[in-house]
Design a binder for this molecule. Structure first.
Ligand code: FES
Length: 365
């Protein structure tokens, strides 16, 4: 019985080993020996890059100052570096599929860090992504906003100016790595020579630990951007509801500052959820706005106020407070920023209050 088993299993093992060795050899040859010669990367049927093939598409784009979002340094683990490869991208890889929806696959969306350039390729990249730039900067200010959130002000070097829409984000380049992290811009788009970010310390987080514990005023830093489809619809005159939690404050602060800087006349209500009083910040500034602008209401709420907080404001999840405060009104739009469960619950309440789903803009993080 044992002998029969061995007779059967030995050829199988040999074949598997040969197949594995061949696959390894092919991968080695592809990586170190194969030469693909000159390849043409055509972008949006216009711009052309001539490159020596063999590397990942993402690296050619970065070399040519095309800064599409990428958080993981090309490891294929963030799913940010999406673009359309219309021709020449080869088959979709198993490393890409977890990050792509069926719709995206149907529309030729790929991860730029996983597509190896072996022949001419044709790409479609949204124009706003092509406009993203790399900025050198110096840290001008660092301050504590809460026990785990810091505010960083980056002064852009030389005469650099950043043009962005309220709500968009930039990427911070983590020094000595190829990795980036995305942070929403908290400053007003009218301020073009500085960028303000709010960063929460994530336990064990590579970037937030570096920023909280190593970065100092006067240090140089690199940013890329702006990015993102979450931004204020400047031509709309609808009443505005903002909902934020934690560092979700950053893009909402940018939106609200921009609305007041442009004398917006519509009603603006800002719901901000925190756990305890120690998690609240910018409260005084927002209350000052409330006194100055009759069309602005700020509604902070604590979900678990501590006894020593002596909190007399709203208590409960911010979505419960929204449910209580909001009236049925179809002529409103909403901007939501914070953790996914908060956003999902907020969308349900907003639509039940008559707001069209297409008028709800959100950024989950
Ligand atoms: S998946 Fe992170 S850069 Fe491509």
């Amino acid at each position: 019985m044992e002998l029969n088993y061995m007779i059967f299993i030995t050829p199988v093992l040999v074949m598997v080993s040969i197949a594995a060795a061949l696959a390894g050899l092919l991968a080695f040859a592809d990586k170190y020996i194969a030469s693909y010669g000159e390849c043409k990367i055509v972008i949006n049927k216009g711009k052309e890059l001539i490159v020596e093939g063999g590397n990942a598409l993402l690296s050619y784009l970065v070399d040519n100052k095309i800064f599409i979002p990428s958080a993981c340094g090309g490891k294929g683990t963030c799913g940010y570096c999406k673009l359309k490869v219309l021709e020449g991208g080869g088959p979709l890889l198993p490393t890409e599929t977890p990050y792509l929806t069926k719709q995206e696959v149907l529309h030729s969306v790929r991860l730029a860090c996983q597509v190896k350039i072996k022949r001419d390729v044709e790409l479609a990249i949204p124009e706003d992504l092509l406009a993203a730039e790399q900025f050198k900067s110096v840290i001008e200010k660092i301050e504590d906003l809460t026990h785990d959130i810091k505010r960083f002000v980056f002064k852009l070097s030389g005469s650099s100016k950043i043009n962005f829409k309220a709500g968009q984000y930039v990427q911070f380049c983590i020094p000595d790595t190829t990795e980036f992290r995305a942070y929403s811009i908290a400053s007003d788009p009218g301020t073009k020579d500085r960028v303000e970010l709010m960063v929460r310390l994530v336990p064990g987080g590579l970037c937030s630990t570096y920023m909280h514990e190593a970065l100092e005023v006067g240090d140089e830093a690199c940013l890329t951007g702006p990015y993102g489809e979450f931004f204020l619809q400047e031509n709309s005159k609808k009443d505005i509801i903002c909902v934020g939690g934690g560092c979700g404050m950053a893009p909402i602060k940018s939106i609200i500052n921009h609305l007041f800087a442009t004398n917006a006349a519509q009603n603006i209500t800002y719901f901000f959820g925190a756990r305890q009083k120690k998690d609240l910040f910018y409260t005084e500034e927002l209350e000052r706005f409330e006194k100055k602008h009759k069309n602005f209401e700020f509604v902070p709420a604590l979900s678990e106020p501590a006894k020593e907080d002596e909190w007399t404001g709203e208590v409960g999840f911010i979505t419960q407070v929204m449910q209580k405060h909001l009236k049925y009104n179809k002529n409103q739009e909403a901007y939501l920023c914070g953790p996914p469960p908060m956003i999902d619950a907020a969308i349900g309440i907003l639509t039940s209050k008559g707001i069209n789903i297409n008028d709800i803009y959100y950024d989950k993080f």
